[in-house]
Structure formats: C-alpha cells, structure tokens
Design a protein around this ligand. Structure first.
Ligand code: UD1
Length: 437
C-alpha cells in the first residue's frame, strides 16, 4: 500500500475549531480573474491540492501567482496572460479546470483544453456548458480528449438550464459578463459558493442581479478591474467537523461556520438528537452530541437542499445510529462508492440504484479501505474515528485536494491520525509554490 492515513479509534472529540475558506468558491473565483488584467488579492484561501493545481494552471497561462500559506493570501496578476491552452496533465487533475473555458474564451476569443478529470462520482458530462456556450456564439469542436472553441463575437441570450448545474452556471456567467447585452440564466445554481463568486464579479465591476426564484441576470460589456476579496468560510469543512464531533459523542464549536448555509444539514443533525446552537445572525455553530443518535433519512438536492458533498460523511453517522435510514443521492448518479468500503468496516448498507438503505450497527471495525473521492475519503476518515481498532485509508491524496489540515484539526480535538508515506501534492511542491512568507 503506497501512502496511507492511519486512523485510531477516538471518543468524545472536542474543541473550538477555526475554519478556512471554501475551495469550491476559490477555484471559480481564481478562474474568473482571467477576465481582468492586473493584480487581485484573495484572502482566507485554503492550502489544499486543488488550489495548488489551479495555481499551476494559471501560471501556465502566464499569470504571476504568489501564495502565502501562513496568511492564506493569494495574489494573482493576470496582466500578462499569454496562452489560451491548458495542458492535459493539469486539466485531468480536477474537474474544476473546466471553469477556465468560459473566461479564456471571453479574453482570447479562443480556447484549447483537454477534457477535465476529477472525482469519479458520475459521468459528469459538460453538455450544459457546451450547448449554452454555443448558443452564446462559440464554435466548439471535440477531438478525442481535446476541446477547441472560438468565438468572434459573444452574444447575450436567455439560457434555460434543465438542471441548476454549479459549473455550467459559473461558466455561462463568465461568458455573459463579456457579451454585449443582458443574459438571463433561468434555473441557475444559487449555491453559496456561486453567490460568493458573483459577489467578486460585482466588485470587479460586472452588473449582475439575482431575480427570484432562481434567475441570474447579467448585463455584459462592463470593463472589469482587479479585486480584493475574502473568501466565504467552507460550509463543507464545517459539516465534516460537526460530524466528527457527533460520531464520537463529543462537542465542537465552530465560530466561523456559515450556519445559514447549512439549514437542512443542521436540521437532520437535530433530528438525530444532537444539540445544535447557532450564533447570532446565523454565524457560528456549536454541536453537543447525543449518546443515543437516531437514524434519519435524507435526500441530496441543489441548494438550499441537503448538500451532495455531505452525503457520504452523513452516511457514516447513520451507520452508527439506531434504526434505519434511507439516503437518496439525486445530484450525482455514482456517488455511493464509499458504501463498499464502509461495508468492509462492518456497516450494514444496501444499495438500490442511487438509494442507500443503512441499518444502524453498534460498532464499526478498523480495516484497510480506499478513498476514491474527496468527500468519500472524509467519510472513511470519520468512520475510522468511530471504528474499533485501526483504520488505514489509502487514496488519501483525495482528502488533501479538498481539506486543509483536517488531520491537525482533528488531532487538536483529541483524535489520533497520522499520514504514513503519503505523498500529496502540497507536500511535494511546498518549496516551489510558497514564494514568500
Ligand atoms: C460542483 C462542486 C461539487 C459539488 C457539485 C454539486 C466545484 C468545484 N464542485 O461540481 O463539489 O458536488 O457542484 O453541488 O464547485 N451535469 C450534466 N451536464 C453538465 C453539467 C452537470 O449533466 O453539463 C450534471 C452532473 O453530471 C451532475 C449534476 O449535473 O449529475 C450536478 O453537477 P454540477 O452542479 O455541474 O457539479 P459541478 O459543477 O461539477
């Protein structure tokens, strides 16, 4: 086994933990800086592998990027972008690389990229991106693994998304700010990270209005200027840490947690019997775990529904609750890969299509397991905390793609986690990426 995370059984994890900025907001905001020339500053940026990959991608295009890991400050100067091609090796590292397609097309009138990689949680087609970019004037050809697009003139449109795709909404918004006229995206994604990205575009000078219930109206053509922005706190990191305390019968205080973005998730934790206190104006969450958690059923859905990214971690809590829970994954068709690994640990789960039925057990048992995506990896880590004995998780590079210092944060709460021979990107490239302190 090449590199793994060793997780020992823990009880009653407790502490006050600081969160970091949301990776899913940072990635698209970094891509959006291609639309402007000059130096922008992003604060509260996590030191995680996907962010490092996006730094590499932007550097490859000609951007100057400085990242101070200590202050979590990222400076990106996009004045001298020279390329509109992205190397295949970089595109394959993460799904979010597709987010540079819109802004590169807007800036250069053409783009040449490989099709993106990322977590294996479904077919993950990009038809909503491509069909609507075509509608807005782009000519797009796919040859093998490569995509070539060009556009002489981008035109505003009334776009109807049959599903509120996060990435498609973001790409279309970035094309729309560069197109003349007003584009409306009907049934747009309004996930909190999309709203943080829109806030940045507005600071840059873009004219964007949200029209209820779920339309984004973009008046294109504004001259965009560089920006300074503090990234929203990561609701998914918050959810993962809350579950660590819940599953181990502990207590946690997250002063920065955006509780107002986690309503359905917090409701489900309360239904399980956990005590939840929310800070004033919806910021900050404290959880005190119940000793007799009840199983609760839930269904993932676009925001403000139960986040698909917390489905796998929440499943672990159901594995150890009393009763039976049904979990319906409605966002991605293949996001139950963690089930097989949890079964190895003694979980009783049956899968029928995209529904998992979980019968609570008294104990899970430590064993070697394999993480195959970011949130599935988090689920295995959580299961390892609760399991008797020692759990070893391979494929842990997935965890470092999405979480900064999760090992340290949990260890500070009383856990015993140790990376053994795990070669993650952030560790390999530490000296090269951090160019000032
Ligand atoms: C983003 C998040 C990811 C989260 C997901 C849903 C980032 C970097 N990633 O991913 O963490 O789990 O939102 O909240 O922000 N679809 C199509 N055609 C398309 C695009 C999407 O059929 O052109 C489908 C997907 O296969 C999936 C569903 O729509 O079944 C949702 O995908 P989407 O919202 O686009 O997710 P991502 O932007 O990839």
């Amino acid at each position: 086994m090449k590199g793994y995370l060793k997780v020992e059984h823990s009880t009653k994890l407790h502490g006050k933990v600081s969160l970091i900025g949301a990776k899913n907001a940072v990635l698209v905001i970094m891509a959006s800086l291609i639309l402007t020339e000059g130096k922008s500053t992003l604060k509260n940026v996590p030191f995680s592998d996907d962010i490092m990959q996006m730094i590499q991608l932007l550097r490859d295009l000609g951007a100057e990027v400085l990242f101070n890991k200590e202050t979590h400050t990222l400076e990106i100067d996009t004045t001298f972008l020279v390329r509109c091609q992205v190397k295949k090796e970089i595109m394959k590292q993460m799904r979010a690389s597709i987010l540079v397609m819109g802004p590169l097309l807007a800036r250069f009138g053409k783009v040449n990229i490989a099709l993106p990689g990322g977590c294996i949680i479904g077919a993950r087609p990009i038809n909503y991106h491509l069909n609507n970019l075509r509608k807005m004037g782009a000519s797009i050809q796919i040859e093998g693994e490569y995509l070539f697009a060009h556009a002489k003139k981008l035109k505003s449109q009334r776009i109807v998304l049959e599903y509120p795709s996060v990435g498609a909404t973001e790409n279309i918004v970035m094309i729309a700010v560069a197109a003349q006229g007003t584009t409306r995206i009907i049934n747009a994604s309004l996930e909190p990270e999309v709203l943080d990205f829109i806030a940045v575009l507005k600071k840059m000078g873009a004219k964007i209005v949200i029209e209820p219930p779920a339309t984004i109206a973009i008046e294109g053509g504004a001259l965009l200027k560089p920006v300074e922005h503090t990234i929203m706190y990561d609701r998914l990191e918050a959810g993962s840490l809350l579950l660590a305390a819940a599953i181990t019968g502990g207590k946690i205080e997250l002063p920065h947690a955006p509780a107002y973005n986690l309503d359905v998730f917090l409701l489900k934790l309360q239904e399980m019997g956990h005590y939840i206190e929310i800070g004033s104006e919806g910021i900050g969450v404290t959880l005190k775990a119940t000793h007799s958690p009840k199983a609760v059923s839930f269904k993932t859905a676009p925001y403000p529904g139960f986040p698909t990214d917390l489905q796998a971690p929440m499943m672990v809590a159901q594995c150890l609750a009393s009763g039976t829970a049904t979990i319906d994954e409605t966002v991605f068709e293949n996001r139950l890969l963690h089930v097989h690994e949890l079964q190895k640990m003694g979980a009783q789960i049956k899968v029928d299509g995209s529904r998992a039925t979980v019968i609570g057990v008294d104990e899970l048992y430590g064993t070697p397991v394999i993480a195959s995506d970011i949130r599935g990896g988090c689920a295995l880590l959580l299961a390892g905390l609760a399991a008797k004995g020692i759990t070893t998780i391979s494929g842990v590079h997935h965890l470092s793609r999405g979480y900064e210092s999760i090992q340290k944060k949990l260890n500070d709460m009383g856990a015993s986690l140790e990376y053994v021979d795990a070669a993650m990107f952030v560790h390999h490239n530490y000296g090269r990426i951090i160019e000032y302190q």
